[in-house]
Design a protein around this ligand. Structure first.
Ligand code: ZN
Length: 298
């Protein structure tokens, strides 16, 4: 079908007047706001005089598109218009579909620096996961044990002192006595200090009462296994109140390392002076009482 280009001339001339371009030699690369370029309008006469057929074909399409755009209709052949009538496919739409992130999808703040939530999500997505086994070990609190020149030979007692320091958030464990080859005032004849299985301590910032009470935390049960924790109170027959720790049993022999910790006290009141008593709630005592009841039941 032949196209009568001449019939478009009045329309194009009217379009040119309507576009209000006073300059007849308009830059052909300069588009106007409605999409129909002055160049196309201006070139219409040359096209109409039989010049470039493809250029002439573009003119009515551009004019139609301009009219459609003014009417708010999507224009055929315009990639921007394809999105106009369809559901949004922008990043915001995708994020809304994914859902859980409240910061994404609003599309109000594309700048991560001003949007900490979005920046955090981006950082998490960007950082590859660290494979198990290659992750650095978690930091451990240091054990601060001040021996003050005293020798403590028993490795289980030393390990217990370090565990106590860590338990009290790296508080200093001050050792007042360790291995002994003499008997100070009030020390029993078979003191585990003489067999080098004991240490006397204070914990900096904590009273002896607090130390013994807090060491009964089940969290410390494994660290103190096989040890005895003995509080010498204000009425002690020894040289002064302190916490005594050793690794022997009631017969003075090294305790089974699997035994629960034993808590004892001496000199908590006048009647308790020089009387060594197992605490009623001591784990080792409780375990032995349970075993005794089990034996009696059989
Ligand atoms: Zn002692």
């Amino acid at each position: 079908m032949d196209i009568d280009f001449e019939s478009f001339l009045p329309f194009l001339k009217a379009l040119k007047r309507g576009s209000n371009t006073a300059d007849d030699d308009t830059d052909p690369d300069n588009p106007t706001e409605d999409g129909a370029t002055p160049a196309q309008a201006n070139s219409a006469p040359s096209g109409a005089t039989g010049g470039d057929a493809s250029n002439s074909l573009a003119e009515p399409i551009a004019a139609q598109n301009a009219a459609l755009q003014r009417a708010g209709m999507p224009q055929p052949g315009n990639p921007q218009a394809q999105n106009a009538g369809s559901p949004r496919r922008g990043p915001g739409a995708q994020n809304r579909a994914q859902g859980p992130n409240p910061n994404a999808g609003q599309g109000q703040n594309p700048n991560p620096a001003q949007n900490p939530g979005a920046a955090q999500v981006a950082a998490q997505n960007a950082r590859p996961p660290i494979p198990l086994g290659q992750a650095p070990p978690p930091p451990k609190p240091p054990a601060l044990v001040e021996y003050n020149g005293h020798e403590v030979s028993d490795p289980r007692v030393k390990a217990g002192l370090e565990a106590i320091s860590k338990y009290f958030a790296s508080s200093t464990v001050n050792v007042r006595s360790g291995d002994r080859d003499y008997r100070p005032q009030g020390s029993p004849a078979h003191s585990p200090h003489l067999s080098h299985h004991a240490a006397d301590i204070h914990v900096m910032g904590k009273t002896d009462d607090q130390v013994k009470q807090m060491l009964k935390d089940p969290m410390m049960a494994d660290a103190l296994r096989g040890l005895r924790v003995l509080q010498h109170g204000p009425y002690t027959a020894t040289e002064g109140p302190h916490i005594h720790i050793d690794s022997v049993d009631e017969t003075g022999q090294p305790a089974d390392a699997n035994e629960p910790v034993e808590f004892m006290h001496e000199g908590m009141d006048a009647a308790g002076r020089n009387v060594y008593t197992i605490d009623p709630n001591s784990p080792r005592r409780a375990a032995h009482l349970a075993a005794q009841r089990r034996d009696e039941a059989e």
